[in-house]
Unconditional design. Structure first.
Length: 485
């Protein structure tokens, strides 16, 4: 899952650790909710579900924390520093609670799930703790809090997908939306806390996914990002759930789901995240190649370029397998951008093993990467089996080498696009100037250009004239109108 916050600059619109609510179902009541989200796209998507559940319980969202009756923090546990940031943020709420003793503070998400009721003991101003599968219970938990108790629900579910809940759309400019297609993870990568915080993998009914995308399109959205911890293992068993789409099909796999969503409209761009190298099939690659509106961009976390490290990480593939998947992407989808995640200093990583990551990066030349220092997480396989023995300064030095190499590669990849005319979905005003729009090309690069006649939510052609390692600068090609992405 791609993080919203990383050590690389992200994009123009979705960057930022704080999400403020903008719209949603009309709430029946005048209670005010302030909601902050940390971590990955899935967390941001969950916050939209939470906002929807609480809207029907009478909560109106507010951008102003001082006005709130209820403050909810949707948290991340992926690395220790993600948790530390939340703890620091909580200390800032002390004065709020002093001014308004009735204020209710709740912790949601992965940290809630990991720490359970211990959070109440460790953080005295927290009134409510709800794990990722417990959001339907929030109105009951709030009632409990109303009677003077502190409330916890961290039960994980094998079935919950919130399939029937229409999320309140948060501040993504009304053009691009996240749609969760599955929850949980069964992979057990040895470094990862997610299987413990988000439970077993389960897929969402494809009818509800397509319906949600259709509704988004009707409401002016032009891009959906299908979210799952491992989208390639999406599988809906039609017969056992009693729903039939095609008479002869027993299941819907990810490639078929992609095609179903792409069928909503040729004007709706489809993206997805995250792919897993061990499960990504050629069928998915062909679905991308065959559909103009399925974007030419794949986020394929490698984690390490060394097969021994990958084995210790329990990733289920080798360096060779990963390179074979990269080769398949280039063979089947011409002009496909590839991004990745890399961890530096995993347990026992030698200098030689680190060098094989550097070599793999040189071989693949990723368009973009999210890069992290290994952070040991309680209860994970790695914590139980291996020693976190790479010194902090070595982890840091290796990470710096990785980031420097990647920054050069990102710049090179962007420079190669100068002179091209690209189709861009206009997402909204650029952060730098009101006279400029920003939007992405199919390959997910952010492009900034002077507004001129362009309209938010439309597809335009832009000639790329300049770049940094993070952004492309372009000029609108005004006499070329696009009918579909
Ligand atoms: N330490 C550092 N990075 C981690 N990630 C997951 N767990 C850890 C950890 N314990 C990274 C992986 C993953 C991304 C979402 O976060 O690269 O793909
Ligand atoms: Fe997302 Fe939870 Fe993983 Fe953080 S720990 S990246 S919030 S799934």
């Amino acid at each position: 899952m791609q993080p919203i916050n990383s050590n690389e600059p992200l994009d123009e619109i979705r960057q930022g650790e704080v999400t403020l609510l903008e719209n949603g179902p009309t709430p029946r009541g005048d209670k005010k909710l302030y909601l902050e989200s940390y971590g990955c796209q899935m967390n941001f998507s969950d916050s939209e579900v939470v906002a929807s559940i609480l809207a029907t319980d009478g909560y109106q969202t507010t951008r102003n924390i001082e006005d709130a009756d209820l403050v909810l923090i949707n948290t991340c546990s992926i690395r220790d520093n993600a948790e530390q940031r939340v703890r620091k943020r909580l200390t800032e709420f002390k004065s709020l609670k002093k001014n308004n003793p009735e204020l209710v503070v709740g912790i949601l998400g992965c940290m809630a799930e990991r720490l359970k009721k211990n959070l109440l003991e460790e953080e005295h101003l927290v009134d409510l703790v709800a794990g990722p599968d417990a959001y339907r219970d929030l109105p009951n938990l709030l009632n409990e809090v109303g009677t003077g108790q502190r409330a916890v629900n961290v039960l994980l579910s094998r079935e919950e997908t919130y399939a029937d809940i229409t999320p309140v759309r948060l501040d993504q400019g009304g053009i691009s939306a996240f749609v969760t297609i599955m929850r949980g993870c069964d992979n057990m990568c040895s470094f990862c806390v997610v299987p413990f915080t988000r439970g077993r993998e389960r897929s969402r009914n494809p009818h509800t996914i397509v319906e949600e995308c259709r509704e988004l399109f009707k409401n002016g959205y032009r891009e959906v990002t299908l979210l799952g911890q491992n989208v390639d293992s999406y599988r809906w068993n039609l017969t056992s759930k009693g729903a039939i789409i095609e008479p002869n099909e027993a299941t819907v796999n990810f490639a078929q789901l992609l095609i179903m969503v792409a069928g909503v409209s040729p004007e709706l761009r489809v993206r997805f995240s995250t792919s897993h190298p061990k499960d990504m099939t050629d069928e998915v690659l062909h679905a991308i190649a065959d559909h103009h509106n399925i974007c030419n961009y794949i986020h394929l976390p490698v984690q390490s370029g060394n097969s021994q490290v990958l084995e210790r990480m329990n990733r289920g593939y080798s360096r060779e397998w990963y390179l074979n998947r990269i080769e398949a992407i280039h063979r089947i989808i011409p002009n496909c951008a590839i991004s990745t995640d890399i961890i530096s200093g995993f347990c026992g990583e030698t200098e030689e093993e680190h060098q094989s990551t550097i070599e793999l990066m040189k071989e693949v030349c990723f368009d973009y990467a999210y890069m992290f220092k290994y952070s040991e997480r309680p209860k994970t396989l790695a914590e139980r089996k291996f020693e976190d023995d790479v010194p902090e300064e070595v982890k840091g030095r290796r990470l710096t080498e990785i980031i420097e190499l990647q920054t050069g590669h990102s710049l090179l990849k962007n420079q190669r696009q100068i002179g091209q005319i690209q189709e861009i979905l206009v997402e909204g005003p650029s952060r730098r100037s009101d006279d400029q729009f920003c939007g992405r090309n199919s390959q997910n690069s952010m492009v900034v250009f002077d507004k001129k006649t362009a309209v938010k939510g439309s597809y335009v052609f832009v000639k790329i004239v300049d770049c940094t390692s993070a952004t492309l600068m372009g000029e609108l090609v005004e006499n070329k109108n696009s009918e579909h992405p």
